[in-house]
Design a binder for this molecule. Sequence first.
Ligand code: NG1
Length: 461
Amino acid sequence: MKKAGNRGSEPADEERRRENLLQQFRRSYGRDAQFVTRAPGRVNLLGEHTDYNGLPVLPMAIDRNTLIAGAARRDLQVNVKNLDSSFAPRSFELAKSIPAFAAGDWGNYTKAAAQGLALHAGKTLRHGADLLVDGNIPHGAGLSSSSALVVATALALLAANERHESPETLAEILPGAERYVGTLSGGMDHAISLLAEAGHALRIDFFPLRTRPVPLPSGYDIIVCHSLVQAEKSAAAKRHYNHRVIECRLACRLLDVALGTGLPRDLTMLGDLATLFPGRSLSEFVAYLSPWLPDRPLSLAEIATYIGAPVDALQVQCQVPPGLSDAFAVVRRARHVLTEAERVGQAEEALGAGDAGAFASLMDASHASCRDDYEISCREIEDLIRASKDGGALGARLTGAGFGGCTVSLVDRSRTAEFLKHVDRHFYAQRLADERHIEQYRFVFRPRGGATSQRLEAITS
Ligand code: NG1
């Protein structure tokens, strides 16, 4: 966890970080950096685990980011160093197929960007780069530090090759690229990091990618609090995350059968229901599953029997990765995803109308659905939500993939100090040995703009 106050970093801090990064680059590589890229993290306000289902999300970019200073190389070598010494230097070569470092290695996020670009841009990536990273997004917090590293690396490799790709194109390429690390992730994190608009949240729709700025209620703060439980997606959280993705794919197979002749084509994802049945409310479709199937986790063999297909065929069709437990709570997962997508639409309307109260109720409903139907909360998150609501949050929910990480609260700005005091006393003081560290764990964020790439001097190679 990075040290910082309870504000996100201010522009002056960022300027200092940038100057320091350029100096350290010179010291480390013995030459000047030619470019600096910057990719922000994000907090998702609503729409959790909807993106990989092709349904909308409502995140905003935060004032914590990953900065990379870099310079092009004549060969295909990529050297990556990090100002945080807990991340050891890594090197690899640009190639058509880049073999991964060991699972969980931070360097795999930089390789993910390189591999994604190599597949997209092919032979035109002729130059490797010397790169130096400085990130201040807390890790394993559901604030997208991994995707910020992928985005900043991709921009750096493009700069080294004097290539330009639009943020929209990168937002289409990079989610697939990040799957290199083994997470079946959706497209929210890269899209918001690349396309964010300062002062606004962004409604993002997928397949095709579309974005719409959404105003935030004036007079309120967006406060993010860490549960002190790390949810690193390189570890157990990755297995839990992938399990949810597979449960949604299995729900599609069951809906295919339940909808029978009512369905013009098979569902590839739950979001297809919105395209195939425009004008119908998504939550209606839960009723096609719930009276038919028991509201308990089903084994793959049971699901195959309901569908009338062989188990191995189902396994192949839904690309079930090895190592998942054989218990799939399809009804609950579908109910969460379909109702959550509706809440995003309602939230956009509420925010457009400046109705903070209605938006806050949707945040609360989203949290209940994440906890009960998607089962991605944990005891610490629940304690933190309780402390947040008791401390005056109008609405509070977990944010990001879950299984730990952070909560996000909407708080009347006149009550922010009181809120922080309450959460400090009733959550952090009981868990942190040294209360002076509390400020490293909760942040008042303002919505920031998207990623940037700045050329400092001509690339001479
Ligand atoms: P975080 O919270 O950064 O682990 C993950 C996915 C998103 C989205 C959310 C849940 C990655 C890179 N990101 O985000 O695509 O599915 O969970 O809404 O896996």
